[in-house]
Design a protein around this ligand. Sequence first.
Ligand SMILES: Nc1ncnc2c1ncn2[C@@H]1O[C@H](COP(=O)(O)OP(=O)(O)O)[C@@H](O)[C@H]1O
Ligand SMILES: [Mg+2]
Length: 261
Amino acid sequence: MLDYQSVSVIYGDNKPSLSDFTLRIQKGEIVALVGESGSGKTTAIRAAMGLLPSGGQIVKGDIRFDGQSLLYLTDNEWRALRGGSMSMIFQDSGTMLNPIRTIGSQFIEYIRTHKQKTKKEAWEMGWMMLERMGLPHSKTIMKSYPFQLSGGMRQRVGIAMAMVFEPRILLADEPTSALDVTTQSQIVREMMGLREKFGTSILLVTHNLGVAAYMADRILVMTQGSIVDQGDRQAILEHPSADYTRDLLESVPSMRGKRYV
Ligand SMILES: Nc1ncnc2c1ncn2[C@@H]1O[C@H](COP(=O)(O)OP(=O)(O)O)[C@@H](O)[C@H]1O
Ligand SMILES: [Mg+2]
């Protein structure tokens, strides 16, 4: 479905921040990208969404979605794709909500930017999506302002918006890192549910090896812009081939000799 072919990204004229990145994600697959801060995880995700910050450019390789290259899309084609087959959640999706407008009015606007819907239809889609994301009192939430919700609820509203068009792939950049552990596990379970309910593929960026181990079918380990280890979850956790992966595993706290992962 999503196919990175030897992709390199450069910011300015430094050495590549992403080097020869190759990854192919199948339908319904959950892949986790792990690695320390600055290893190129966000760059990999943003490259696929056509959202590299200015100065960043793909200098090598190709990224394809259903066989079609994403490197030469027009603005209109991007708008259709981002509001349809591909969607993205950020660490701070919740904080990107406008503080002085209700969730409902923002949800309606978001839907109507991408799809021709009446306000009433968009309202229905919005609260139903909140409901499906397991948010209680979804109609009340639609009428609320962001400050009236907890951080976890705001983040779930952000995820609901990202899911409203039932994307075939969700690119999630540290979606739970800013949240407390309880909310984190709730959101992790909800994301797993997306695959169950909609068959969504997920590319998950996290520095939390526990989250990666819980969610992902396959784990890629990155450092300094390159993939240094990859394999199915079991293989990575039990037989890491790279020293770097072993270090990463060592850094996870253990309790009575058992690692949390
Ligand atoms: N906007 C930017 N301008 C210049 N360099 C950047 C920018 N964003 C990222 N980089 C470079 O790319 C590297 C990888 O960053 P990033 O993809 O954000 O890593 P990660 O998400 O793994 O923390 C960083 O070390 C930095 O050098
Ligand atoms: Mg990042």
